[in-house]
Design a binder for this molecule. Sequence first.
Ligand code: PLP
Length: 899
Amino acid sequence: MKQPAITRIDAFFVLHSARADSWRLVHSVAESWVAGTADRSDVKAALTDLAVLEGFHAFPGPRAMGALDQLLAADDAAGVAALIRQISEAILTNRESGDTSAQAAGSGDETLDLLPSAFGRRDQRRPSFETLFITLQPPSRWPAMADEIRRLRRFEDQFVYDCVFVGSLEDAVCAAIVNPRIAAVVTTDDMPYRSHHDAPVLRSVLDPILNYSGDQATGIDVARILKNLRPELDLYMLSDRNVEMLAGDPRADCVRRIFYAVEEPLELHLSILEGIAARFETPFFDNLKRYAQRPVGTFHALPIARGKSVFRSEWIRDMGEFYGINLFLAESSATTGGLDSLLEPTGNIKKAQEYAARAFGADKVFFVTNGTSTSNKMVVQALMKPGDIAIIDRNCHKSHHYGMVLSGGQPIYVEAYPLTRYSMYGAVPLKAIKKVMLELRAEGRLDRLRLLDLTNCTFDGHMYNTRRVMEECLAIKPDLIFLWDEAWSGFAHWSPFLRPRTAMGAAAAIKDWIRQPSSVDEYEKQQAALGKKPTDAALLETRLIPDPRKIRLRVYQTNSTHKSMSAIRQGSMVLVHDIDFAHVESQFHEAVFTHASTSPNQQLIASLDVARRQMELEGYALVMNAISIALKIRAAVNQHPLISKYFKVLGADELIPAEYRKSGFVDFLQPGVNWGDIAKAMREDEFYLDPTRMTLVCGTAGFDGTQFKGLLANKYDIQLNKTSRNSVLLQSNINNTRSDIAHLIRVLVEISRGIEDDLNSGGAGVQAAFKARVKSLMDDVPDLPNFSHFHPAFRKGAGKKTPEGDMRSAFYGAYVEDECEYVPLTGAAIDKRLESGPDLVSANFVIPYPPGFPIMVPGQVLTRETIDFMRKLDVKEIHGYEAARGLKLLRADVLDGKR
Ligand SMILES: Cc1ncc(COP(=O)(O)O)c(C=O)c1O
């Protein structure tokens, strides 16, 4: 009989999600043995394949695996099948902990002995995790060591853990990658480097990441590598050498505690639990729960607090029943008595923000309860003063544009590369940014440039090479400030494969590089090669290295925690990694006071606190899951014989032009691609596609994006993200399950079959109409208009070459009614003015949804491309445009007088 297809150790990126499948497959082979359609050798082979992976997990553990071997040796097919079923079910239902696994598996007493058990069954729901031990002890000793550690468990322990043992650096890295339940690591201070498993692809990925050559590794090496992969892990080191010297080594700062050998096993045990408790603690949420239990009498506003007016009401009691009493008990407009003030936090909100900063690798975090729309405005207002220049992606969220209006900052819009066929934009090429910076420098105006403001990742999943962008820009202006709008990708911090492309991931890498003694040499060497006066062309072509002695690293990130983590809608954070924050702190607080509500919702703040806790404890597993779900959807759609006739999830090759994919990476699903290729692309390419954001082309099935979104929502209860003319955006997140994929695929099959049936039964007429519809959606797409330029009235004091403009004056110019006019979008008047003037100057932002970015901004001179695009738009929602009145313009005769 055919062996089950169990994933190889090399494919470790999907291993953790494939583990449950693998056990199910082994179970089906065992059932076949019971039924007589397979034999013992099939089961044995399947288990052998699995054993490598299982070596990195505490559950089911060596005893249960040994018991399976014995049952196999005794030819006990039924016994083998029963035990495998129990293990498989426990893994599938995530009940692998010593506290609950036996019950979950419904096992008898004999199995209880085989599965890891816990003392103190006081609370069956104690959260559980696994601790990785890197040890020089031989594997034969590991079960006994696990027993010794298990004996340290106490009734009072808040959590329970089991142990995984490995004997080399490579195995430790594999364990940390494939086993997301590992939350703490205890390492010895030297060990072999190589694993005894032979895994060439694994090495092709790990070797460049680990950047290590040699046979032996030290505890500090492994600690630093693991911290780089999974920063949330608590690391402990056991040494029988000079622990005092080790503790003083600055490279050991990533180790939580160093112990002298195993002299104090209980201390180690308690430290491990304390480390988890530190992540588990949610200062604000914990206090809010306590507050809700107190019999508080309220004599302030917010009558809904305590819920009495709700639960006593004949008329709105259903609201109380729907939401539950705690929502009302946990509401208050007070900022004392166990609560805190979001605007001026001094207590548990302050602490919760500090914990979030720790979690995301930032210096500081500000919680925001009005979405990233507000976070962006806060940051822009805090950093920009009137007349400062910002280089900004024109395609970014409207909050940035409004931020410019509020602050009086002058935008230099840079364009993302267009993806005209799909009516969307990619991201802004670094060359375009450098070019503007060099032009500013040539005009002696670089000092006015303050901010680079970009979206990472974009709506459609384009991730910048954040480190490269910042380094090259800092090479031209060492104190440039960066605002990365990571509204969609806050979760990326929890994936080692996406984190380097985040603002904070790159900031940490740059900070580390600055500290390396070799960084100055690298800089000097490049300077010598470039010569005294390098041309702009040479600077544009060179991957510039900044002067590490001059860099002022100032990085801000905003993220909609509610979009990618477990925060309630509108929950957002601002992350700060700014060496000069002290100089902007007061204006930052002003910006908070300007925008934050004085009545922030308590539940929202609590959810930010809890979202942080979740990510610190299980973010790695959740994000891996979101990625593996996305990869499964991509494969299921593109490889399905029927679905792929009408639909397609776009690959990296179609969303990122080849010039920005220098690694040669084509797509996740390209035949022959391995994870080494994917990791290389992630490290090196200018842009990288976040796999969790999937552009599903539906124009080829005859649907425009809005129509298809409506069909999925109304008929099939599937909600999705944004649309374009011929596509919709699917997004996998930490909430998705395999069942969601199954539902989506079933629906796509049904829709595809419907199209197929209609085409087959409708005859030539229907087929021709379908073809014409597809052609119109896929080929007759309007060109995307670039930003044109600001009217000269708003460019006083601007550079000759650089296109900045005083958008704020234009915006407020529109407040003077007499100085505005309306011109119908259709009709000859506009065409005449486009040909012979006077200029058409937009009075406001005009933002169609989709694409969702301003086609016109205040003060912008309209061109033929913009008008053509507007005329071809077939979307219903266009903010800033009233079809009945026409385009709102600033009167050119008035503007001419102001030139
Ligand atoms: C790139 C980007 N930034 C910011 C926002 C605004 O975020 P929020 O909805 O949290 O206000 C969005 C919303 O879609 C967005 O796409």
